[in-house]
Design a binder for this molecule. Structure first.
Ligand code: ZN
Length: 311
């Protein structure tokens, strides 16, 4: 029996799993720390893959989800945001050589979109937008039943669309991007700034305010915390108005830590959609959902990639 291997590489952990065909239950699954002193992350990667290959099984294909930017044509991680040793790493050739199997590479947010579309909240939709809102905002787009990649595999970086020109600085260094206004980090930064400027809040005096604590305060009626989510929700609404007219999705999926507070965001998102979209049919049957697969979305997206050899 042949198996597929799925790998999800994060800055903290690498996960690998082996799957027989037609099941989402792994034969073997393992996670290890990505970076330990004295061992190259490349070596860690080989180790974690070996640990999930069952005896007497040969590999049909390997799918990898990793943060980019990636060069999908040559199979190279151009720049790794959290594993410096993976900068300019030709991961596809490296693994092909060691495991004698086809290897397919994808951006982690794109593959999370793929996973949610095939096995999660996006099933039975042909046009899906997936947004993962946590420290940053990642995304993937399924357009007319396929993962949208673009000319250089760089399509669907929806966290970096401009919402307020000249607005707050984004993690990418530019200003006014969606991520700089509506990510968990941005919500926390705005709230802390407001408190510093003298706004009243039950969060006054708190160290290390994060989006989860602000959500808790908002649910307890704190008006500054409610305003923080209103501001983020409106920014998301403006972004979604633009995404709807570009992609015309039937389903939008919210993942990431901030999506646990989606009830605080949705009224503001809906208000903007209802009032700002030029044609209401974009919005009428639109489904706004939270992600179903949690942390497994990237891994299962890598499995889809290996099974269907999409890239
Ligand atoms: Zn940006």
């Amino acid at each position: 029996m042949k198996i597929h291997i799925a790998i999800d590489i994060g800055g903290t952990q690498m996960r690998a799993a082996s799957y027989a065909s037609d099941t989402l239950t792994p034969i073997k699954i393992n996670r290890i720390q990505s970076q330990v002193s004295g061992v190259q992350p490349q070596q860690r990667l080989v180790e974690v893959i070996h640990s999930v290959i069952p005896k007497d099984k040969s590999i049909e294909a390997i799918g990898i989800a990793v943060a980019g930017p990636l060069d999908l044509e040559s199979g190279v991680i151009q720049k790794s945001p959290n594993i410096p040793a993976f900068d300019n790493f030709p991961i596809v050739d490296f693994l092909k050589l060691r495991f004698a199997a086809p290897v397919f590479l994808g951006n982690d947010a794109n593959l999370a979109a793929l996973g949610e579309w095939r096995y999660g909240s996006g099933q039975n939709h042909n046009n899906v937008i997936y947004l993962t809102i946590s420290t940053g905002i990642g995304s993937g787009v399924i357009a007319d039943n396929r993962l949208l990649l673009g000319a250089r595999g760089m399509a669907a970086e929806l966290g970096h669309v401009i919402i307020f020109p000249g607005g707050p600085k984004c993690s990418c260094g530019k200003r006014g991007h969606l991520e700089a206004i509506a990510s968990g980090t941005a919500i926390a930064r705005w709230t802390s700034d407001q408190i510093r400027q003298g706004q009243n809040s039950t969060l006054k005096g708190f160290q290390d305010i994060d989006a989860r604590i602000i959500a808790e305060a908002a649910n307890n009626g704190d008006s500054l915390a409610l305003s923080a989510f209103e501001r983020a929700g409106e920014a998301l609404g403006i972004a979604l108005v633009n995404f709807l007219v570009i992609f015309n999705p039937s389903c939008i999926i919210f993942g990431g830590g901030v999506s646990k507070s989606i009830d605080l965001l949705l009224p503001h998102i809906r208000k903007i959609l209802e009032t700002q979209i030029f044609e209401s049919s974009y919005y009428q049957d639109l489904i706004l959902e939270t992600a179903a697969l949690g942390d497994d979305a990237g891994l299962l997206g890598a499995l889809v990639l290996a099974r269907e050899s999409l890239i």
